[in-house]
Ligand binder design. Structure first.
Ligand SMILES: Cc1cc2nc3c(=O)[nH]c(=O)nc-3n(C[C@H](O)[C@H](O)[C@H](O)COP(=O)(O)O)c2cc1C
Length: 253
């Protein structure tokens, strides 16, 4: 029995389970060695097999969660969103996970000046009237009532705002928005907000630089590639939001 166990293992894993190989290994293994050595080798091999089987069974139980979204997919899905599903809340833990991106991205001179106020739940209502979405489409009155962001991250600076701080802001915001997309959420970067009123409403100790609105997207957005540089304003038709984008050839100088 042991002989056949080892034979099977050697055939399967080392030399392939063909008819010729089967005969070859059987002849050599059983004829070349005295019975005692055979038994010793067989027992060793059997233990190895048992251990290996256990290892494999154990490995199969592990749940390995992988992200199957490529960077391209994330970038395409990461559209500025101005209408969110009120039925899907954004938790404080999710907001913290988004800020978790920031220690992983670049920062000018590694100063890391940005600070973040997380606003979720009922507090989001404090921010709604202080931000302006879709100013290029005033007739749309975005967001439509009941479709406001479910949460916000207010990005502040611990040092006076300058060019490097603003670049940090862009890098951090884009990282957080991509992370939100990966988590099945969506968002929008907002510079059009009432700074002093927001600072007062949230009792912020630092100057707010930008606001990121977040939630589960509830609108359809399409990119319009190869747009004319003179016609880059986003527009809506039949409830679908279109975003003209320049092509790579138009970008290279
Ligand atoms: C620096 C910056 C400021 C923005 N401010 C606002 C804003 O205040 N309100 C708004 O509705 N969208 C704002 N947006 C979103 C842009 O309108 C949006 O990025 C643009 O229309 C392209 O759409 P896309 O993000 O889906 O590619 C801002 C985006 C950036 C990068």
């Amino acid at each position: 029995m042991y002989v056949f166990g080892v034979q099977r293992y050697v055939l399967k894993n080392w030399i392939g389970e063909t008819k010729e190989n089967k005969k070859w290994i059987f002849d050599r293994f059983c004829c070349l060695f005295p019975a005692k050595i055979c038994n010793f080798v067989i027992v060793m091999a059997d233990n190895y097999l048992e251990k290996r089987q256990e290892e494999l069974a154990h490995a199969q139980k592990k749940v390995v969660k992988r992200n199957h979204l490529s960077l391209d997919t994330l970038l395409h899905r990461n559209r500025s969103c101005r209408g969110f599903d009120a039925a899907v809340a954004v938790t404080e833990a999710q907001l913290r996970a988004l800020v978790g991106v920031v220690p992983l991205v670049a920062s000018g001179m590694n100063r890391q000046p940005l600070r973040f106020r997380l606003v979720s739940g009922a507090d989001a209502a404090l921010v709604h009237p202080l931000v302006t979405l879709g100013a290029a489409l005033p007739q749309e009155h975005l967001p439509h009532p009941g479709m406001e962001p479910q949460a916000y991250i207010v990005v502040c600076s611990a040092v006076p705002e300058d060019k490097v701080v603003d670049i940090d802001l862009g890098i951090a915001a884009q990282g957080m928005l991509l992370k939100a997309t990966e988590m099945g959420l969506g968002g929008i970067f907002i510079l059009n907000f009432r700074k002093e009123a927001l600072r007062a409403a949230l009792d912020l100790p630092l100057e707010p630089l930008a606001v990121i609105g977040l939630g589960k997207p509830a609108e359809t957005v399409f990119l319009v590639p190869g747009a004319s540089p003179e016609a880059l304003t986003y527009y809506r038709r039949d409830g679908v939001h279109y975003v003209p984008k320049l092509a790579v050839d138009q970008l290279i100088v």
